[in-house]
Design a protein around this ligand. Sequence first.
Ligand code: F0G
Length: 351
Amino acid sequence: MPYHGVISRYGSLMDLPPHTHPVTLLEGNTPLIPVQRLAEEMGGGFDLYVKYEGLNPTGSFKDRGMTAAVSEAVGRGARAVICASTGNTAASAAAYAARAGIRAVVLVPEGKIALGKLAGALAYGAQVVQVKGSFDDALRLVVEISRKHPLALVNSINPYRLEGQKTAAFEICDTLGDAPDWLCLPVGNAGNITAYWMGFRRYNAEKGTALPRLLGVQAAGAAPLVVGHPVERPETVATAIRIGRPARGEQALQAAQESGGRIIAVSDDEILAMQSLLAQLEGIWVEPASAAGLAGLAAEIRAGRLDPRAKTIVAVCTGHGLKDPDIILRRTPNILTIPAELAALEEAVLG
Ligand code: F0G
């Protein structure tokens, strides 16, 4: 059967109102890639998979939630959407608004958004507004303006975003035949971990699949759910999750706890080391934030905290490496340049 996106595939399990008018870029249906060399590198003894959400149409998992939020908004006659974003939500909102023929306004923290995301939002024709402040400031502003004016808010405060994002849990269960023992993923504004838990619980109720434990991973400089209070000046190389006041923080903590899992923090160095390891060992290049789930898993294993009965582990890699090319180029200062001569090439390659 031809594939028509997540609403077409899983709409019967999504709580969307009848006026929903599907706007899709055929998002979802992303691969669950076995990464056994990486599993061995971490100590082995389990099957490890990457749910590669960077292969969605705009390069991140946000497209699952955006198809739902924009479809609902368009169905009730919205002519414009607005969001705050560290970048990926902005690009996704811009693309789905373009697809629907409506306007998109995106607020981003000035100077703290990766190149591929900014370029994406502009390419899809959104009005991009930079805020002198953090993502948290931008989110406060879009909530305020959307209360006063007819601008449909498409941040994950919007419940339909979660309805869309929970389909990734369905796909994982459908591919594996059951839920994994652990699901590891990065946590920023905390919508995605909340949505996964909704999805796994729904499948558990409908189809009797198991419930995984959730390992949510924040960056150490932006870890409000680990330190237990908002972080006023969040800082991390993983700009996607540079968030100090997660909108769905309470629900994320509850999801982790209900699942028998936890939310932990890893350093920027651990995130970047995992980004390189995944790319160089498995050929999967993800943006820094997307390596946080795996970095957290590696840290838990090193600390002897992973339940040895865990046999199947899925790590969600939320965004493509191409979103943030600068981070790689900055860490690779000298690329060899040679004259266009065979001898020089031989010297370079063969030593
Ligand atoms: N990974 C990536 C690549 C992200 O862009 C985000 C969030 C997350 C993980 C965390 O997901 O917020 O649901 O906990 N990006 C948002 C944005 C904040 O604006 O694009 P979360």
